[in-house]
Design a protein around this ligand. Structure first.
Ligand code: NAD
Ligand code: UDP
Length: 352
């Protein structure tokens, strides 16, 4: 069991806290005794997620429906919650959409973060955990990715993550009291073991695990496997899938590090398992965990996909005392519980 030393009544503002990773992090924060205020405009989430967070924890989430580009709303939320720290999830994350609508991505992700940092500065809040991504590394020049791997994002979404990281590095140089954690996530999957919260993508899922889950539950006929001719053990793409509860717990450890001042002023940390799994590994594990068949067809490669990458998670181990605990089987079993209890995501009635 990982412990946390921040005082029990510490208050955290969570932007984008109704989303997939944010809602799981809120559960862990509440269970660890934090007071939690979520600021979200629900552009890619449902307030129902927060009702379910409260149901899981038996605790209350303060909610502010607002956009992170609204400085006045941010200042109000920071002051009324007396937040000591911010966890910043709010942002747009669809790679294809970022190629089609780059300005929308720079506006939301970069300008939104400028507004957030200005509001924090105005209110004297100087600790932030930022949701970055392995996508900042781009084409691997060596594997596993270490935090000092060169940056080469290959799409506007990834570029916005790198731009925000650069902005946070500049802020930390200018304001030495600030404490900043840049958490670079690998491929978050899975769901809370209660089956009450999970990933609820709008429309056709772009990511592998939610697509597989929708095939298993009968919402879609079969999976397209994008490419089987990569230089990987079975020819399909390899990624470092990480259980969302492990990821959420990494955020608590990062907050703890900021509070103690043990991690430097602005520190990038990979959050992954260190293990690569292929598309067919995921299909097989999901069939085992769910007892359902997942029919699939091999298709040509998806444009822009990298063949394989995974994390070196040793910085997280060293600085946070954190390492992923949950297996690929756990990721699939928990995804399946969420999917089968909520075939239509948050639009489904609560069955437990
Ligand atoms: P998500 O879409 O489920 O959650 C994002 C939340 O932010 C949503 O609730 C959305 O309504 C909110 N939001 C978006 N723009 C906003 C704005 N302008 N103002 C207020 N709220 C806004 O996504 P997620 O998977 O939970 O990802 C959370 C963060 O982690 C994102 O920044 C994402 O880029 C990053 N990330 C995600 C992954 C992944 O694979 N899921 C990987 C790496 C990094
Ligand atoms: N993938 C696939 N079929 C799908 C979705 C994804 O074969 O319907 C593959 C994809 O080519 C990649 C892996 O699954 O090798 C993970 O893809 P995802 O979109 O989930 O994550 P990302 O590519 O952003 O790491």
């Amino acid at each position: 069991m990982q412990t946390n030393t921040m005082p029990a009544a510490a208050s955290v503002l969570v932007t984008g806290g109704a989303g997939y990773i944010g809602s799981h992090t809120c559960v862990e924060l509440l269970q660890a005794g934090y007071r939690v205020t979520v600021l979200d405009n629900y552009c890619n989430s449902s307030p129902e997620a927060l009702a379910r967070v409260e149901r899981i924890t038996g605790k209350t989430v303060q909610r502010v429906q607002a956009d992170i580009r609204d400085g006045a709303a941010l200042r109000d939320a920071l002051r009324s919650s007396q937040a000591q720290a911010v966890i910043h999830f709010a942002g747009l994350k669809a790679v294809g959409e970022s190629v089609a609508e780059p300005l929308h991505y720079y506006d939301n992700n970069v300008l939104g973060t400028v507004r957030l940092l200005q509001a924090m500065q105005d209110c004297g809040v100087e600790q932030i955990v930022f949701s970055s991504s392995a996508t900042v590394y781009g084409d691997p020049v060596r594997l596993p990715y270490t935090e000092d791997h060169p940056f080469a994002p290959t799409n506007p979404y990834g570029q916005t993550k790198l731009d925000v990281e650069n902005m946070l590095r500049a802020q930390s140089r200018a304001k030495p009291h600030w404490r900043i954690a840049l958490l670079r996530y690998f491929n978050p999957v899975g769901a809370h073991p209660s089956g009450l919260i999970g990933e609820d993508p709008q429309g056709v899922p772009n990511n592998l695990m939610p697509f597989v889950a929708q095939v298993a539950v009968g919402r879609r006929q079969s999976l397209n496997v994008w490419g089987s001719d990569y230089d990987t053990p079975d020819g399909t793409g390899v990624r470092d899938y990480i259980h969302v509860v492990d990821l959420a717990q990494g955020h608590l450890r990062a907050l703890d590090m900021l509070q103690r001042g043990t991690g430097g002023q602005c520190t990038a940390i990979n959050l992954g398992t260190g293990q690569g799994c292929s598309v067919l590994d995921v299909v097989q594990a999901f069939e085992q965990a769910s007892g359902r068949k997942v029919p699939y067809q091999i298709q040509p490669r998806r444009p822009g996909d990298l063949p394989a990458y995974w994390a070196d998670p040793s910085t997280a181990q060293r600085l946070l005392g954190w390492q992923a605990q949950r297996s690929l089987h756990d990721m699939c079993a928990d995804t399946w519980r969420w999917q089968s209890m909520n075939p239509q995501g948050y639009a489904s009635p609560v069955t437990a």
